[in-house]
Each structure stands twice: as C-alpha cells, then as structure tokens.
Design a binder for this molecule. Structure first.
Ligand SMILES: Cc1cc2nc3c(=O)[nH]c(=O)nc-3n(C[C@H](O)[C@H](O)[C@H](O)COP(=O)(O)O)c2cc1C
Length: 243
C-alpha cells in the first residue's frame, strides 16, 4: 500500500501537525505501508488562477511551472492521500487549500450525474486514492473540526474518492507538555499509531481509535488556567515554543 502524505503546516517538522501525522504514519509503516511525506511549505506551489487552460487548452497540464506536476504524479500512484493540516480559522491552511485547488487538472471538465449529484469525471482511469484527514487545533473541543471534516467529505464525493476518516487532536499543545502530561501523551500517540496500522490492515479507521486520539486529557475547566498560563509563559519568553 502506498501512502502519499502532504503536511500543510507552515511549521513543518516543528509543528504539532507533524507530531500527530508522523505518529499515525509510523503505525502505517509498521503495518507495511510505503509512505512518502511532502511538506507543502517547502514546495513551490502557485495559486490556481482559474484560467481553465488545464481543461481546454492543454488538457491535464497547468500553466504554472512549479512543483505541482511532480506532486500530482505521486498522488496518482498512491492508494491513500493523507492530508495533514492544522485548523486555521476553522478550516485548512492556505498551503493545503492551494495544493487541493491545484488538483483540478486531474478532473475532466464534462459533467456526469451520479447518486443524485452532478460532478466532473476523473481525467485518468486509475482509482482515486482514499483520503485521510490528520488535523490538530488549539481549542479544547473536538467539534471545532466539524467544518473542515464536512469540507473533506464534500471534496471526496466530488473527486470520487473515499473519505476514510479524520484523525484529529484538539488542545494540540498537549504535545509540548511532556514533563507534566507524559502518560496521556503516550496514550494519544499510541492511539494515533494504532490508527495508522488500522488504515493499512483494515482499510478503515474505527470510531474507537479516533475517539482515543481526540480524547479529553484534563477536565474542561482546567483547560482555561493551563492554557492561559501557557500563553503567559510564551509572552514572558518573547517567543512561541521552539519557533
Ligand atoms: C492563523 C491561525 C489560525 C488558527 N485558527 C484556529 C482555529 O480556528 N481554531 C483552533 O482551535 N485553533 C486555531 N489555531 C491554532 C492552531 O490550530 C494550533 O496552533 C496548531 O497547533 C497549529 O499547528 P502546527 O503546530 O502544526 O503549526 C490557529 C492558529 C493560527 C496561526
């Protein structure tokens, strides 16, 4: 099984997205997957300018000369696309969205009517990869991911991909509190690793494993004091974590 993983966090390897995603992918590797990860921040990917040249002038080929064709090739050879993004303004990062917009050459402009919806057929014959979302956010509640998950589900329906599930972790900065929260961090990471294994062994992500990754590790009330204290320490230090 081949996984093509794109990490859309501007903080690349220093981000919480990387911690969650890498742990998930470790599990997938343990189960035999071949994984390739790309940090979108490090790639040259220009905005889609909506010219439709990739549909009508040079079918399948975008006007931009950048890193995207190489990424589309990797995507086309994958069984799964793992999209890693932190939650930014209740959605995905600009890096992630720009990458997804630039997937449009893979669609054919004509319409077809499937399951009560019009959509574009895929340009090429191969099966589209199944999609997994891996995301982190700063707020406490898991429901903050609702809009992003809905977006992914709709995108997959339109791209004729299977949306396998969302591995999400609210209160992402728990990962920086190893000294005081070693045990819950270990459990969350073990759940993320298990999720990666499940993906490869069963082709699904169980509700239980997703709950275990997202689970509360401290009472809701304690989040307030703990988080404000965290930010006060950052302000005092004049820097955010190791960034
Ligand atoms: C511009 C910006 C917007 C954000 N928007 C949200 C948000 O809507 N909800 C939320 O819970 N966290 C939000 N966050 C917090 C990030 O999701 C959180 O810091 C996450 O850990 C960032 O991922 P990274 O560690 O990989 O950089 C935002 C952060 C930034 C910088």
């Amino acid at each position: 099984m081949k996984i093509f993983a794109v990490n859309g966090s501007p903080n690349t390897k220093k981000g919480m997205t990387h911690i969650l995603m890498e742990t998930f992918l470790e599990g997938a590797r343990e189960a035999g997957a071949e994984v390739e990860t790309v940090f979108l921040q490090k790639k040259k990917i220009q905005y889609c300018i909506g010219c439709y040249k990739c549909w009508v002038t040079t079918p399948g080929v975008c006007v931009h000369k950048d890193d995207m064709p190489e990424l589309l090739e990797k995507l086309r050879g994958a069984d799964y696309l793992v999209i890693g993004t932190p939650l930014y303004v209740d959605g995905m990062t600009a890096q992630t969205k720009t990458f997804l917009d630039r997937m449009i050459p893979l669609s054919d402009p004509h319409f077809e009517f499937v399951d009560g919806h019009y959509r574009h057929p895929r340009r090429y014959g191969e099966n589209p990869p199944g999609v997994v979302l891996v995301s982190v956010c700063g707020f406490y509640e898991r429901d903050n991911f609702g809009g992003l998950i809905d977006h992914m589900e709709r995108m997959c329906r339109n791209m004729q991909s299977r949306f396998v599930g969302a591995v999400v972790r609210p209160s992402s900065y728990i990962f920086t509190l190893e000294e005081i929260l070693a045990e819950p961090i270990k459990e969350i990471k073990e759940a993320a690793r298990r999720a990666g294994r499940e993906l490869i062994e069963k082709g699904t992500l169980s509700p239980q494993v997703l709950d275990d990754v997202a689970r509360d590790y401290l009472p809701k009330k304690a989040f307030l004091g703990g988080s404000n204290d965290f930010w006060d320490r950052c302000i005092k230090a004049g820097k955010f974590l190791n960034l």
